[in-house]
Design a protein around this ligand. Structure first.
Ligand SMILES: Nc1ncnc2c1ncn2[C@@H]1O[C@H](COP(=O)(O)OP(=O)(O)OP(=O)(O)O)[C@@H](O)[C@H]1O
Length: 446
């Protein structure tokens, strides 16, 4: 199978290597944009990343290294999958980049056929990965959710997104919206818990002039302004019961009246709702109409808490760090390994929102070049300083190794040779580590 039709960004400073890659890829039917420095690539691709199906990036460039480029790309919208091209000595860094969500790495010299199949397997659009893309996260759970939402995007049925506060329900709703709609379609978000109950109805449905004291002119509500886009009702569990009846009618009749009005207004948007609490307790006494529940929960999605998605903790930390560094104009080169380990051991009650806020504050206050545990958790000195609950370094290292090996084995369906390659170690070393750390694999042919 050929990867024809793909648009590929190539960041490679070596004129011979770059020239020959462009030639070979163009022969395969790809369009290639070639940049010879990191700055040139970032400048030229800024705001245009959505046009690229894949980026091939050398790790060692004259002005910056692959990691710096990747962190910059992560801060942009629509980051395409990135495959790194690496010399033998840079494999450790390539593996680190994979932890941040890079698609793959190939070591020089490489066979072109194998290279082409990696391009084909990882490029977006033309050959979408069966388990979803990484806009919502790189963890298996979020990839599955992305795939589910892509399926849901094919219909108009209501979607109910559940999950803890700050887990990314609104981000998922926007992702669904963007899958279906062009730039012009509106995404109207209403936080039902933040608007006083007596105002909520007129905020959603609008009102006519004179409908109540203070209604000095006609007001169009969120339902009308959503047009044929999305009406996102966040914290629907906090909606007062009388209004729940009106939302039920809105869904069933696909039309409504403005408050104080006679005119029937058609409703063309898709309804997406979200809640952090259980809407039904089976007894019908949870303060939420069960008929409405069944209407809004036709297509349910549950976002798992951040603490259950370690891969996303690492990647989102890198993304938020890149964004915060730019905002604060500070030189913070990255997150230290110890900080990553501390973050992986924390339970993140505020989920992604808390992670974003902690990284933002950490970057603003960081004294050194790397984000340290004390920058991320200044309020929890006991958990990172000497004393009770302080894990020895060997334990932290074992935990990290165990997690990464299990991940590599999952990625390669238990194939030891492949997993060892991903981890940048020999097969024998991998076996030894697996035995010591008590990791088993189902595959027997290894
Ligand atoms: N996958 C993600 N990528 C980048 N940022 C994310 C992601 N998920 C969540 N965030 C960020 O975390 C914060 C909380 O996300 P969001 O508002 O979607 O959560 P929520 O579950 O809707 O929260 P709430 O229950 O409070 O309404 C936002 O700043 C959002 O940008």
């Amino acid at each position: 199978m050929r990867p024809d039709g793909l648009t590929i960004g190539l960041i490679e400073d070596d004129p011979v290597m770059g020239g020959s890659l462009v030639q070979r890829l163009e022969l395969e039917g790809c369009a290639v944009r070639w940049w010879q420095t990191g700055q040139e690539a970032l400048f030229a691709s800024s705001g245009k990343l959505a046009d690229l199906d894949l980026v091939l990036c050398d790790i060692r460039l004259p002005d910056m290294d692959g990691e710096e480029i990747y962190r910059n790309l992560l801060g942009e919208r629509s980051t395409p999958p990135v495959i790194f091209i690496t010399g033998y000595g840079e494999i450790g860094q390539a593996v680190r980049l994979m932890r941040l969500g890079a698609a793959d790495y190939v070591t020089k010299p490489f066979g072109f056929d194998d290279f082409l199949s990696r391009i084909r397997d990882n490029a977006r659009n033309r050959t979408p990965a069966p388990d979803g893309d990484t806009v919502l996260g790189v963890s298996p759970a979020m990839r599955k959710i992305a795939a589910l939402l892509r399926q849901f995007a094919r219909s108009d049925l209501p979607v109910l997104i559940t999950g803890e506060t700050g887990a990314g329900k609104e981000i998922a709703a926007r992702y669904l919206h963007n899958l279906r709609n062009g730039e012009d379609a509106r995404f109207m978000a209403v936080n039902c818990a933040a608007i006083p109950p007596d105002l909520l109805e007129s905020e959603i449905f609008g009102h006519e002039k004179g409908a109540f004291t203070g209604a000095t002119k006609r007001h169009l509500g969120y339902a009308e302004r959503a047009g044929s886009g999305t009406l996102f009702l966040d914290e629907i569990g906090d909606m007062p019961l009388p209004l729940q009846a009106k939302i039920l009618r809105l869904i069933e009749d696909r039309c409504f009246h403005r408050v104080g009005g006679e005119e029937i207004v058609p409703f063309n948007a898709r309804i997406v709702t979200a809640t952090h609490r259980k809407l039904t307790d089976g007894s019908g006494n949870a303060g939420f109409r069960s008929d409405l529940y069944f209407r809004i929960a036709v297509l349910p999605v549950d976002i798992p808490p951040l603490s259950e998605r370690p891969e996303d903790i690492i990647r989102l930390m890198a993304i938020f760090l890149a964004e915060a560094v730019e905002r604060h104009d500070k030189i913070v080169r990255g997150v230290s390994s110890l900080t990553e380990e501390t973050a992986l051991g924390y339970d993140w009650p505020g989920n992604v929102r808390e992670l974003r806020n902690r990284v933002e504050r950490g970057v603003a206050l960081a004294a050194g070049e790397w984000l340290m545990p004390a920058d991320l958790f200044p309020d929890r000195p006991g958990s990172i300083g000497p004393g009770i609950g302080f894990a020895p370094l060997s334990e932290i290292r074992d935990d990290a190794e165990r997690r990464q090996i299990v991940r590599a084995l999952a990625e390669t369906s238990g194939h030891i040779q492949e997993a060892a390659r991903l981890l940048g170690i020999s097969r024998t070393t991998l076996w030894e580590k697996m035995t010591r750390l008590g990791i088993k694999t189902e595959r027997s042919e290894n």
